[in-house]
Design a protein around this ligand. Structure first.
Ligand code: HEC
Ligand code: HEC
Ligand code: HEC
Length: 436
């Protein structure tokens, strides 16, 4: 526990350094950018402020990219989500400026409005457009938006009917929160997993939460995601009614609720969870990063997605030996398929392996999991049962023999060397490569 805490502390301190470094460089670039030619300014500001995430060549592969979800946009694809233009078109300069100055809420993309204005902002937009040759040959135009329909009980009800007619529920659920959705796993144009938006949480809408913003999102589609454009499917008036309906679904964020509202909100959450424990379990498992460890690494810092939860990441932890993360898929022979609920619970909360032996309190964070409520443990177990089976036989942990163990301890305790730990890319299980 002490060591895993120390490890977390180190990560935390590194993250603070990374963020403060980014901010101070961003601030100093604001001063520098007042002089010089405009394309050069755009390039310089981009390299300082945007490249850490979006990469120097705009490929979405900057040094911070690997740690972000969703990942930064790859500008070389020339594909943008938050546009006022027809599906498949480029965004207008105004669209780009909006994303840059207001940021994309719910993602790592910051709001640059305070630092980037006027000519500097124009220059950054001009530089961004150099990453895709499409900008040289196409002239994007905003779509006509028709007349806005005011919000009223009648227009909201009419919008609800449009929501049904257009089958938004197949992805967003009957309640806008995903309940009853038939499609649940989504990928973006780069093949990375993306999360569906909860339509009751307007503060997470990347493109803004006004009726006009929402109208534009489904009117023009989110290019590079599974959400299509709905132009022509219904009349313009119906689209406005739908937008008004979506806005009406928005709830208050928890931080703005009073006591009564909070109690009522958490009751409704609990009801939702008891209706669908596996879904809640998925939410917990994603939030707790189980897949980050229990999926092999691809060597570029990401996980091999075709082996999701199939185990195979190899760790060495100083004098404690070598561990390969076990297979958590529902495969009966090599995963958790043959385990009883109690066996899984014991592993999660007591660190007891199936053969009754004990794990160390790291790398598997069972001491933290032990603090979960029973219903939360049940939800995680219910979700693990639904993870598609992958046959990947994982070797047992290898404790070091006695003398290397003593030598390791001596180095740490007497020579005060850092705790040596390493993580290796590739799958250390029997299934080779990422094929499946
Ligand atoms: C801390 C990381 C980070 C930094 C720094 C950053 N971005 Fe982003 N940016 C992101 C992420 C993440 C996304 C994708 C969000 C998503 O998929 O919803 C994104 C998306 C975008 C988009 C796409 C909008 C769309 O409609 O698809 C633009 C444009 C953009 N960023 C411009 C910039 C510019 C210009 C800068 C520098 C001034 C910058 N970003 C700096 C993380 C960052
Ligand atoms: C095929 C699945 C699918 C369907 C059908 C679908 N959506 Fe979406 N929707 C998504 C996904 C995925 C996202 C999140 C995209 C992302 O984060 O990159 C999203 C995001 C949104 C957003 C958030 C936009 C923002 O600014 O962040 C709104 C609003 C929305 N959808 C409304 C609708 C409406 C209204 C309909 C029906 C007309 C609909 N969606 C149909 C998958 C779908
Ligand atoms: C920091 C990396 C890490 C994280 C995060 C992590 N695990 Fe583990 N997990 C391991 C390792 C390593 C083992 C094997 C330990 C051993 O046997 O000594 C393990 C073992 C297990 C086992 C026992 C399986 C078996 O075959 O013995 C289960 C079940 C499990 N983890 C579930 C989870 C769940 C659920 C989460 C998320 C809540 C999670 N793990 C998060 C690294 C991790």
């Amino acid at each position: 526990m002490g060591r895993s805490f120390l490890f977390m502390l180190v990560i935390f301190v590194l993250a603070i350094f990374a963020i403060s470094g980014l901010m101070s460089r961003a601030l100093s670039a604001a001063g520098e950018s007042q002089q010089g030619g405009s394309l050069e300014i755009g390039r310089d500001v981009y390299h300082v402020r945007c490249a850490p995430c979006h990469g120097h060549e705009g490929k979405g592969d900057g040094p911070y990219a690997m740690t972000l979800n969703p990942r930064p946009r790859d500008f070389t694809l020339g594909m943008y989500e938050y546009r006022s233009t027809e599906s498949g078109s480029l965004p207008t300069d105004e669209d780009l400026k909006r994303a840059i100055t207001k940021g994309l809420p719910g993602t790592a993309m910051p709001a640059w409005g305070k630092f980037l204005q006027g000519d500097t902002l124009e220059a950054v937009v001009a530089h961004l457009k150099t990453f895709s040759s499409r900008f040289g040959s196409e002239q994007p135009l905003p779509v006509p938006v028709g007349r806005e329909v005011p919000s009223s009980p009648a227009s909201i009800e009419a919008g609800r009917v449009v929501y049904e007619k257009l089958q938004c529920a197949s992805c967003h659920g009957t309640d806008g929160r995903g309940t009853g959705a038939t499609a649940t796993d989504f990928q973006n144009a780069s093949g990375l997993p993306i999360q569906m938006r909860d339509l009751t949480e307007p503060w997470t809408f990347r493109g803004g939460s006004s009726a006009r913003d929402v109208y534009l999102r489904f009117r023009t589609g989110l290019d590079g995601t599974p959400m299509p454009s709905y132009v022509g499917a219904v009349s313009d008036r119906e689209m406005w009614q739908l937008a008004v309906y979506i806005v009406s679904l928005g709830r208050k964020p928890a931080w703005e609720m009073n006591e009564q509202e909070l109690i009522a909100f958490y009751r409704s959450q609990e009801r939702l969870v008891s209706n669908d424990p596996a879904k809640w379990g998925k939410y917990l498992v994603e939030g707790m990063g189980c897949a980050d460890c229990h999926t092999p690494l691809d060597g570029k810092g990401g996980n091999i997605e075709s082996l999701r939860m199939a185990g195979g990441t190899r760790f060495t932890a100083g004098p404690y030996g070598e561990f390969v993360t076990p297979n958590l898929t529902s495969d009966t022979a090599t995963g958790l398929g043959g385990w009883s609920d109690e066996e899984i619970r014991n592993a999660l909360t007591k660190g007891v392996r199936r053969d009754g032996t004990r794990m160390l309190p790291f790398p598997m964070p069972w001491t933290a999991l032990a603090r979960l409520k029973t219903e939360e443990q049940n939800a995680i177990i219910a979700y693990l049962r639904t993870v598609p089976p992958i046959h990947n036989e994982i070797p047992r942990p290898k404790p070091l023999s006695f003398f290397p163990y003593l030598w390791g301890k001596f180095k740490m305790l007497v020579l005060k060397e850092d705790f040596p730990a390493e993580i290796f890319p590739g799958n250390a299980g029997t299934l080779k490569g990422g094929q499946q």
